[in-house]
Ligand binder design. Sequence first.
Ligand code: HEM
Length: 439
Amino acid sequence: MSARAVSREMPGSTAWPGTRTALLLTEAARRVYRGYVLGQHEGSRTPEEGMTIQLPLDQAHPIRPPGNLRDLQAQGPVHRVRTAVGDPAWLVTGYRELQELFGDSRLGRSHPEPGTAARWGDSMLHGGPQGNYATEPEDHARFRARVQPHFSPRRMRELRPRVEALTAELIDQLAASQPPADLTQALALPLPVAVICELLGVPLQDREMFREWTQSAADTRDRARSEHGLLSLYEYGQRLVARKHKEPGDDIISGWCADPEVPDDAVAMLAMSLLWAGHETTVYTIGIGALMLLTQPEQWQALHADPALVPAAAEEALRAAGWGGTPLIRYARAEIKIAGSTIAPGDLVLLHQGAANHDQAIFGDPARFDIARQAGAHLAFGHGTHYCAGAPLARIELQAAFGQLTSRFPRMQLAMPIEELTVTDGLLLPGLTALHVTW
Ligand code: HEM
């Protein structure tokens, strides 16, 4: 059986469609999955003739835009490309086109023939189609109904002081240490992990274990590793669910467990989806955002002098950070004409938010990091039906991180040459490997 057949036969995805992260597995799907891990291989692909733009785009530095993407944007907003695994796709780089397509019900995440659908990459997370083609809209509505209430304005008001306290603990530890320190390990990683663990009711002491799995699951080049990571996460989710039935707590997983309408398999999948979605992107944005601020000392000083600027700085970090990583994956459910191109039913469409957030027509001088610009219209959280459910929480975390960093460390600076910064290679979201700072 091919890897594509695996995704076609993923029954769990019928009932509980994916978040940005989720490939949803049930018991039956796990057997299918294991079968694949034990030895089968994907089918052959036939790249279309005449396509010259090869993904991934060539990003030389974490905070510099890929040169070839700039060239592409200069040519137009929609491009025919070949993905890293050799499949044909459309890459959308214009802000207005992205916005339009985000709201277009002729695009979905599923595919009628997932076994032969074009793929973005080898990762089992966001590498290809997700969910059930026949029931995707209803499945997604049910998913949102389960998740959304946990991010309501009231819930966020209650959570903010706790997020600020967790940030303060980490900042205190950093202040008590001897410079230099790695800001990735001191803040960017532990803050989102601690927040999502508390929210879900995942034991914090398990963090190294589940991080290993989330990173493996997000491996875009090694399919076996990606599958193993995803399966391990799911099994971990199942163990947590069993524990919550015996010892419920005041957390999201316990709440779902107590709901007779949510089967245990679905709880495990939802929980693991949120565990991934709830920290990887935030870790990435805190790291890159802090780096961008550190490269603009006058902006760091401005935040120190006037904390009221922090929310705008968080929005600019969200806008400016998103060069790397996976574009959002969609499949056309019908023919779509856009910007002079005709997208055929079944075609893979890649929505590149990083490019849209650097669209010259919307954000003047887009490569400049500027906390004074009105960056709130960025598409970092997507737009429309799938708009990030956790956006309010992510904003609280980013504001706490940038606010407390700049208020407690007015003289913080990079302790490594900017040219030596590297990102984790081959992951859906290539975060900074380290960010050494001194103060
Ligand atoms: C800086 C941090 C974050 C960024 C940049 C981000 C970005 C995104 C984007 C772009 C999407 C839309 C995906 C699509 O259209 O296919 C999304 C969806 C989602 N995000 Fe986030 N996210 C962040 C943090 C979070 C957090 C903290 C949580 C939860 C604790 C979360 C939960 C979700 C969920 C559940 C969805 C799925 C929504 C749906 O499909 O309806 N995210 N996120």
